[in-house]
Design a binder for this molecule. Structure first.
Ligand SMILES: [Zn+2]
Length: 69
């Protein structure tokens, strides 16, 4: 599965590493007082998989944010 995703990234000429966001450690302990939009770290919902303390952001969601700004 992972190899297949890497292959897709290569074919698209996209490097997904820049989409990796560090997960807020305070948020993971329910201690972060900042809202998601003000914290510089990611506040992933429970259904998002966290790997090595990081989450991979959806490319389309980032595009959407840029459009709104
Ligand atoms: Zn936070």
């Amino acid at each position: 599965m992972a190899a297949m995703m890497n292959m897709t990234n290569l074919l698209n000429g996209k490097d997904s590493r820049w989409l990796q966001l560090e997960v807020c450690r305070e948020f993971q302990r329910n201690k972060c007082s900042r809202p998601d939009t003000e914290c510089k770290f990611a506040h992933p919902p429970a259904n998002v998989e966290v790997q090595n303390g990081r989450v991979t952001a959806c490319y389309d969601s980032i595009k959407e944010i840029e459009t709104l700004n």
